[in-house]
Structures are given as structure tokens and as C-alpha cells.
Design a protein around this ligand. Structure first.
Ligand SMILES: C[S@@+](CC[C@H](N)C(=O)[O-])C[C@H]1O[C@@H](n2cnc3c(N)ncnc32)[C@H](O)[C@@H]1O
Length: 336
């Protein structure tokens, strides 16, 4: 089966329906942005500012991946961070640019891909990405890119959709099974319908992660904390659910929230060197070996899978490097 171009689908999706946009105000005006912020921080995710802690990043060089309409980006900028941002979707970059100009903040935005960040190694103090990396095909590769651009001791803050959430369970049971979405459209198309899709027939990629999978994705990092947030349902049409959701919101959020918020720290140099730099040569030798075997057999090289031995940095733990080789090998086998 032909592989769908998920990145093209993402661009189609969010160009047509910018994330959280308000159609009652004019695009790019102060009212437009005020409405977005109200919806985000008052109605949808009042927990977000406190959990992210925008003001903890004052004076830091912070990269946001997938800036969307710039609500979080400008919150970091207002709190004094030196912000950089990328997004695949041109409309999102344009909206964030206008928002920054309105408030006279410098515009350091690039249209770019999370899977190959246009930044030098170790140049960021923090990398933030909320609601983005589950939409890109190579989430692991994107997280390795975050690792690469972070300075030793730098912090990643990443929000991913949660497999163990009430919302995912509801989507599977109601949308997928009871309403027959899985049988009529298949899993991927049904999942894509949870995104607001009014003005296009795009099929954005939607993946979900368990805590364990999320921890594995960040296995190259040192300290990792994961908490779930956003149980939702405080506006449910069923009074009982509304009441329960409000009364026990804290507990329900932490157990069944729709977002997993991962905070992971890149090991500082001293521990990084000792813990992770023991066998820098082994994985490179293996990958070079695989590369030459695949070439001499006339099958497509690792580079076709987006893998390159340069990504096997000595600062990554050996286990993470071996995993990278194994997953590239698997991708290679599936491709050939
Ligand atoms: C659901 S929106 C979230 C936007 C914003 N972070 C927010 O919370 O409102 C998903 C965003 O991810 C971006 N995106 C998806 N795949 C991407 C990739 N590979 N590289 C960069 N941005 C990507 C989309 O363009 C879109 O802006």
C-alpha cells in the first residue's frame, strides 16, 4: 500500500483549519488572538500555564516546535525567554509572525520540520512542543533532534496524546466501534477526525502513546518526568459526568488525561560523558557495516529511511544508539 504523505496532510489540515482559530474575528488582529487565548487558557486548558510554567524560561534560549497560532510562543516571549519557533504549516507561521509584530517581539520563526531541525547542535536551553510530535511520522527521530539541539543539562517539555486517556477510550468505543468508523474508514482516518476539520478533507496523522512508550521515546535523556493532564468532560452534556469531572478533576486528570506532559533533561556533560559516551565507536561501526551490506546487496541505503550514522552521537546512551540502528534496519527491511 502506498504510504500516505503525512506531512502534506498536516499542512493541508492546519492551513485550512488553523489550530484553535476563531472564525468570528479577522485573522491576525488583536481580537483574533485574544479570542484564541481565552479559548485556550480559560476554556480548553486552564491547567496549561501552571503546568508548563512559562516564566521558568526567562532569559533562556527556547525553541518551540509546532508554534500553531503562537499562544504559548508569545507567553514564553512575554515571560522573557529568547524564543525561536518552527512549524510545518505556513498559515501558522504567518499568524505567529503577526502576533509577535503586534507586541513588538523579535520574529525568529522558520517553516521547518521537527524531524530535521534547522539548528546547530547544543544551541538551546529548552525545547517545547505541545500537541505536535504525535502528528509526525518519525516521532522518535524528532525527539532525537530535540536531544541534539539541547545543550547538556537542557530541558525538553513535550505534550503527546495519551493512549490511556478517557478521551481515547471514548474515541475508540464510540467513534470507532459503536458508530462504525473503524469499519467504514479504517483506524487512521477515524482518528484523524478528532482534529477540527471543517474546511478540508485532510487526514492528519494522529498517534497515541502510553506512559511506557513515552518514556522509551525519551530513553536517551537523563531525568524524565511524565504526568497526564486534561481529563476534559467538564462541559459534558451529561450532568453526572460534568459533576464528576469537576469534583475529581485533579485525580482524573492525572490518571486519564488526554495529554502526557513529558519533561526530560539532557544529561549534563559530566554524567553524560561517563554514562553515555563509553562506546562511541561500536554503533558507528555497526551502522557503517549495515550500510555497506545493504549497498552491496543492491538494496536501498539507510539514508532512504531517514537514518544517518551521524545521528549516532557519542552523547547518546549505547542502548539508544543500538535502538536507532535496529529501527532503521526494520524500516529498511519493510521498504525493500
Ligand atoms: C494540533 S497543532 C498544535 C499547535 C500548537 N502547538 C498548539 O498547541 O496549538 C499541530 C501542529 O503541529 C505542526 N506539525 C505537524 N508535524 C510537524 C512537523 N513534522 N514539523 C513541524 N511542525 C509540525 C502542524 O503544522 C501544527 O501547527
Amino acid at each position: 500500500m502506498k504510504q500516505r504523505d503525512w506531512k502534506a496532510e498536516a499542512i493541508k489540515q492546519w492551513n485550512a483549519d488553523p489550530c484553535g482559530a476563531d472564525r468570528t474575528t479577522t485573522f491576525g488582529t488583536p481580537e483574533f488572538f485574544a479570542h484564541i487565548d481565552h479559548k485556550r487558557y480559560v476554556e480548553y486548558a486552564p491547567w496549561l500555564p501552571q503546568v508548563v510554567g512559562f516564566d521558568r524560561y526567562a532569559e533562556k534560549r527556547l525553541l518551540e516546535i509546532g508554534v500553531g497560532l503562537g499562544a504559548d510562543y508569545i507567553s514564553f516571549a512575554r515571560a522573557g525567554a529568547r524564543c525561536f519557533g518552527i512549524d510545518l504549516t505556513p498559515v501558522h507561521i504567518e499568524a505567529t509572525r503577526r502576533r509577535l509584530l503586534l507586541e513588538h517581539y523579535p520574529v525568529r520563526l522558520t517553516r521547518g520540520d521537527a524531524e530535521s531541525l534547522p539548528f546547530a547542535d547544543q544551541c538551546m536551553d529548552a525545547v517545547y512542543s505541545f500537541g505536535v510530535l504525535h502528528h509526525t511520522p518519525d516521532t522518535r527521530g524528532a525527539i532525537q533532534e530535540i536531544f541534539r539541539v539541547l545543550r547538556p543539562g537542557g530541558e525538553a517539555i513535550v505534550g503527546l496524546y495519551h493512549w490511556g486517556s478517557a478521551f481515547y477510550l471514548q474515541t475508540v468505543l464510540v467513534r470507532g466501534l459503536l458508530r462504525g468508523g473503524f469499519f467504514r474508514y479504517g483506524y487512521r482516518r477515524t482518528m484523524s477526525q478528532i482534529e477540527q476539520r471543517e474546511h478540508s478533507d485532510a487526514i492528519p496523522l494522529v498517534k497515541v502513546y502510553s506512559r511506557r512508550e513515552a518514556r522509551r521515546l525519551f530513553s536517551g535523556f537523563g531525568k524524565i518526568q511524565i504526568e497526564a493532564r486534561h481529563f476534559g468532560y467538564s462541559n459534558s452534556r451529561f450532568a453526572v459526568i460534568r459533576k464528576l469531572a469537576k469534583r475529581y478533576s485533579e485525580v482524573l486528570d492525572l490518571a486519564f488525561g488526554w495529554y502526557l506532559i513529558v519533561r526530560a533533561r539532557k544529561p549534563p556533560l559530566e554524567t553524560g560523558g561517563r554514562k553515555t559516551g563509553r562506546h562511541p565507536g561500536v554503533s558507528r561501526i555497526c551502522s557503517a557495516g549495515f550500510l555497506s551490506i545493504s549497498r552491496s546487496c543492491g538494496i536501498r541505503g539507510f539514508y532512504d529511511t531517514g537514518f544517518s550514522p551521524e545521528r549516532l552521537r557519542p552523547s547518546l546512551p549505547l542502548a539508544a544508539r543500538v535502538k536507532m540502528i535496529l529501527s532503521a534496519t526494520k524500516a529498511q527491511i519493510l521498504k525493500t
